[in-house]
Design a binder for this molecule. Structure first.
Ligand code: ZN
Length: 131
């Protein structure tokens, strides 16, 4: 098995849902469920924790335009409820659900690429022994 992996930018792996280390395996098992490990290189996806990151980006960049569309339809045309059900609802679903997977993949790949993890105390540093 290969032991050295060249760094691959998160935009080329994560947006496609590919493994951030080898770029060939898959991150997801289903729509948003993360696999336990890469089926090609064996990378353990235990580090992957994008938390609410994908939802945050969808709220900022997809939900707001959807709500603005609904408000604009209501204010401009006094649209009846069935118009919102046929226009605003599907527009909201079409702009909010599809971006979740590539955003989640991109955040996971970015975590791996930039080695992001929780902060830890460095007990080996000389500054920590002075106390
Ligand atoms: Zn892999």
């Amino acid at each position: 098995m290969q032991t050295e992996w060249p760094p691959i930018p998160p935009t080329t792996t994560g947006l496609k849902g590919r493994c951030p280390r080898c770029g060939q395996g898959h991150i997801f098992n289903g729509f948003l469920k993360i696999r336990p490990e890469c089926e090609v290189c064996g990378l353990d996806y235990g580090f992957a924790d994008p938390a609410d990151g994908p939802a945050f980006f969808v709220i900022c960049f997809a939900c707001v335009p959807s709500v603005l569309l609904g408000v604009w339809l209501e204010v401009q045309y006094s649209a009846p409820l069935w118009v919102h059900l046929l226009v605003t609802g599907p527009f909201m679903l079409a702009t909010c659900i599809p971006p979740l997977r590539p955003l989640k993949g991109w955040l996971i790949a970015s975590q791996y690429f930039y080695k992001a993890e929780e902060g830890k105390l460095d007990r080996t540093s000389p500054a920590s022994k002075e106390v």
